[in-house]
Design a protein around this ligand. Structure first.
Ligand SMILES: Cc1cc2nc3c(=O)[nH]c(=O)nc-3n(C[C@H](O)[C@H](O)[C@H](O)COP(=O)(O)O)c2cc1C
Length: 197
């Protein structure tokens, strides 16, 4: 049975957020198409996540299972990841970075070798669903986009090479009516995407 971890890094109500609306549509379509898949949702704002500090880093990197190693242990168990996060300050919300600091753990999701670090998460795939106020997928804004690029790189570092992006852009540019029309088109794309995921 395929296992999908649906990770939400957005504090908004689903109805007020373009990324969460798109994420919901995608995952519901996915479930219809794959009724046997096991989907677990994790809302990072409801978790015991805080910046790593002197005490916490030892708990996260502990060889014994504990209340903070549960994040990496859970992550390792899944086959596919859907990460829903808005663009904040050209990047990802810091809560998602904090979560990543809890799951990039030597000996678990990557290892050091004489040739350098090697990812340990093989045969997995990820989809980043995001919304952005401006345009970053093309044109002059593209060089400023750091969030999707970071996620692709850090997941790749852990061995997850199959990474795709599904972005809803210019939410700060168009009117709510225009955005609703654009969203309807994106919903159709979301359905198609489930076929490849
Ligand atoms: C703290 C914060 C920082 C943001 N930074 C950017 C940014 O750097 N570039 C951008 O285009 N939009 C930025 N935005 C706008 C959001 O990306 C945009 O509103 C998007 O639709 C949010 O996703 P959501 O609708 O799923 O919540 C920012 C919004 C917030 C609240």
């Amino acid at each position: 049975m395929e296992k999908i971890l649906y990770i939400k890094a957005n504090f908004k109500e689903e109805n007020d957020s373009y990324s969460l609306k798109l994420g919901r549509k995608f995952i519901e379509d996915y479930k219809v198409k794959n009724p046997n898949a096991h989907v677990k949702e994790i809302d990072l704002y409801q978790e015991d996540l805080a910046h790593l500090d002197h005490e916490r880093i030892g708990i996260v990197f502990s060889p014994e299972s504990n209340e903070l190693t549960k994040y990496v242990e859970e992550f390792m168990e899944y086959d596919k990841y859907v990460i829903v996060a808005p663009m904040w300050n050209l990047s990802i919300p810091s809560i998602l970075k904090t979560y990543i600091d809890h799951i990039v753990v030597a000996g678990k999701t990557f290892k050091y070798t004489e040739e350098g670090p090697v990812g340990l998460l093989e045969n997995k795939k990820a989809l980043h669903i995001t919304a952005r106020g401006g345009l970053y997928s093309e044109g002059p804004g593209a060089d400023f986009e750091m969030g999707d690029r970071y996620l692709r790189t850090i997941l790749g570092f852990m061995g997850i090479q199959d990474f795709n992006t599904f972005a809803f852009e210019q939410t700060g540019v168009f009117s709510p009516e225009q955005l609703n029309e654009m969203l309807e088109k994106k919903y159709k794309e979301a359905k198609k995407l489930t076929e490849e995921f």
